[in-house]
Design a protein around this ligand. Structure first.
Ligand code: UDP
Ligand code: MG
Length: 332
């Protein structure tokens, strides 16, 4: 049942994580402001809607550009991390700061890869009563072969582990104030929002959007960052890898037991074969499995260690925050 325009005209805050985005930021800021301006003039969102940039410890001029933008136009606000904490922390910080002022928050990348025109659909779903709207890519044509392959492997593995992760859902998503208040209750340090947010429930919907080529600059997701995100995704969402180890350990023990009986019978029958190859293969296999299993268990223990320390998820060094005036109109 549709609730016609019951939530029309809400205040929308766009949260934009930025890491070394000096090449694209000025243009992206204009495009985003214009879009909010158009939506506000059509009465879809409130003219008090805003854009919040989160500088994730950039080493280039990103923060300088954000400060200049904030100085020129009240539609922009900025948060600056004390160092690079990563995309997930930047999104979280922006959402937590925005939730006090906004009815809904949309997180979107700074590089304009995610089609900003899809914002109308996100807001449309919110107006029909959704608390969470997930953006899902229509395709991965803009990604290279390796990125496509690793993303597919990751999503398949997550599904194998029974995790409710939406394939090809980037962090382009809308959360209502209610959903943000719920998210604020989660205290985990190692964040994997794509897995965490679907566990909150709430009425939700999907918006499919086209992915474009990066307007400028290069991808900030290095291989190391992608591996860290994927490991975090697995360890924060599932303990099944440890269960797999238990099953594997049981099967190997069963096999060893059969081998022991076989060797004893062999010994009694007087057939004393040197068995060099067998011993070598078995000991190498066992060594490999043991170290691999220890590694997986160690990964979880490491995460527990970090979680128990409960360090801050990010430190905000500077804030430029503009109180809500009717600013989004300026985009027209
Ligand atoms: N980003 C960030 N911190 C990081 C890496 C990336 O805030 O440590 C931001 C980046 O500025 C961009 C978004 O996260 O706005 C997505 O990054 P990118 O476009 O480089 O990733 P890709 O689209 O290549 O997966
Ligand atoms: Mg990108």
């Amino acid at each position: 049942m549709k609730m016609e325009n019951k939530r029309a005209g809400g205040i929308l805050y766009l949260v934009v994580p930025c890491y070394n985005e000096e090449e694209v930021l000025v243009h992206a800021a204009e495009v985003m402001r214009d879009k909010l301006g158009r939506m506000a003039s059509q009465g879809i969102i409130s003219p008090k809607s805003k854009i919040v940039f989160v500088n994730d410890g950039s080493s280039d001029n990103t923060w300088k550009i954000i400060s200049d933008l904030c100085g020129c136009d009240d539609v922009y606000s900025g948060l600056c991390f004390s160092r690079n904490y990563g995309h997930q922390s930047a999104i979280l910080a922006g959402m937590m700061a925005a939730k006090e002022h906004a009815d809904m928050v949309v997180t979107i990348d700074a590089d304009l890869q995610q089609d900003i025109e899809a914002l109308d659909k996100f807001v449309g779903c919110y107006q029909e009563g959704c608390e969470i709207v997930y953006g899902v890519r229509n395709d991965r044509d803009t990604d290279g072969f390796l990125k496509k392959l690793s993303a597919n492997m990751f999503y398949n593995f997550m599904h194998l582990l029974g995790c409710n992760v939406m394939s090809n859902h980037a962090d382009y998503r809308l959360l209502s104030k209610r959903a943000l208040d719920a998210l604020a209750e989660y205290r985990e340090v190692n964040l994997f929002l794509r897995g965490l947010i679907p566990t909150m429930g709430f009425q939700s919907d999907i918006v499919y959007f086209d992915v474009k080529k990066r307007e400028a600059g290069r991808s900030k997701y290095t291989l190391r960052k992608m591996v860290a995100l994927a490991t975090n995704g697995v360890t924060s969402m599932s303990t099944r890898p440890i269960q797999f180890i238990t099953i594997l350990g049981f099967l190997v023990s069963l096999f060893s037991f059969v081998m022991i009986i076989y060797c004893i019978i062999d010994w009694f029958s007087g057939r004393n074969v040197p068995g060099y190859t067998t011993s070598l293969v078995v000991s190498l296999l066992m060594g490999g499995l043991t170290i691999f299993s220890l590694g997986i268990v160690g990964e979880y223990i490491g995460k527990i260690y970090l979680e128990t320390k409960a360090r801050p998820r990010y430190i905000i060094e500077s804030v430029i925050w503009k109180e809500s005036k009717d600013t989004a109109q300026k985009g027209n």
